[in-house]
Design a protein around this ligand. Sequence first.
Ligand SMILES: [Zn+2]
Length: 242
Amino acid sequence: MFVDVHTHLTDKAFDVDRKDVIERSGCIALVNNGYTIQDNRETIALAKKFPLVKIALGLHPSETAVLSQKEIDAEIDWISKQKCIAIGEIGLDFTYEGQEKQIVSFRKLIELALKKDIPMIIHSRKAEKEVLDVLEEMKAKKVILHCFSGKVKLVERAEKLGYTFSVPPIVNHSQQFQDLVKKVSITKLLTETDAPFLSPKKGERNEPAYVQISVKKIAELKGMDPKEVENSIFANYQRLFF
Ligand SMILES: [Zn+2]
């Protein structure tokens, strides 16, 4: 009953063995996060082929930073007409330029998630506080912070706001994520991989089967049984998505 709420199985890194990767994932749900105009369409096509793959549609801040406002609005309108279980990957990334533009689009995508009443899966880099500011102001509730690297104070603030954190397998060696897991209630944790990125094994491709690494580590950090962690995370997934 493992879940990967943030993955990119449409990536060309999986072109050679996508079917095998999905079959050996051990997961009951693989939420593929569309992040470009093309990737959103590929996400829908992939879900048609593999029932384990669930659809999240969005525009990554690296895209909203560079696309024209007309292109962005047309895509948001297109997403609004699609069936999806979440809006993602969306967010703010201030390692890219166009911060104001990113914020305008981020707001529109949050609005869409609120209108559809589905979770939003949030990317934040060098903009963790700004992301929380916008989400709080817009009264977003079904929020999943993907790979959240904000300071302890921001983690506390996000938890107070009722947001959920999806934990990547790099928790195995990342002190920052270990601290986050120890701090945050098990009822507010999910598992993700961001595959093919963020591999727990240096220089290798990441894949959804590695959510089991996160579950094991969460169990160790929380002094819980791995099966209990697996069940809790599945319950969190169901509560949030359905
Ligand atoms: Zn991602």
